[in-house]
Design a protein around this ligand. Sequence first.
Ligand SMILES: O=C(O)CCC(=O)C(=O)O
Ligand SMILES: [Fe+2]
Length: 181
Amino acid sequence: MSEAYCPWTVYKRAVDPKLLHRHKHQALGEGLASLIDTEVGVRVSEGRFFDDEPLSALLGDIVKKAENELTIHFDWSTMGRLQMTRYRPGGKYEWHVDNDFLLEPTGLQRKWTVVVGISRPGIDFTGGGLELMWTNATRHAVYLDEGDAVVFPSTLLHRGGPVHEGERWILVAWAQGQALR
Ligand SMILES: O=C(O)CCC(=O)C(=O)O
Ligand SMILES: [Fe+2]
């Protein structure tokens, strides 16, 4: 039997955890906005957008590497702003896709999603974690240790499962480009 193809790839220790922790503390100091999505009620988390050009460039390189490995090439031009997200106990982000709207004011669409772990599963938090939906409604759990990055198409259904104890922090970035291309 041939090996199953899945359109995502995980890179261990792709980002220096020290840098991620610095950004986490900076976001804490500046204040996190509630990301509770009351309209559809799928998201209970807090976060903050921030900029770090060298980190964006690094994440862009990771996306290009993933495109070559997965042999999928989307038309994208920028990584856009980075997002720091915190889930506390009960925090979650239910099944969704990331490309379902155009980004103001650029009109760009998200093409690739990069999630980088900042907290250690089973140590800093229990429960939670990223799951990706693939063929035949199969759920694939992705365990991201601090510094690990996963790259997947923003069209893919995914969720951040409910955190039970502790705090789960992640960095999320998106390769963005012209819509419908
Ligand atoms: O919690 C996760 O791992 C997923 C985060 C996510 O899907 C998002 O921020 O768009
Ligand atoms: Fe998402």
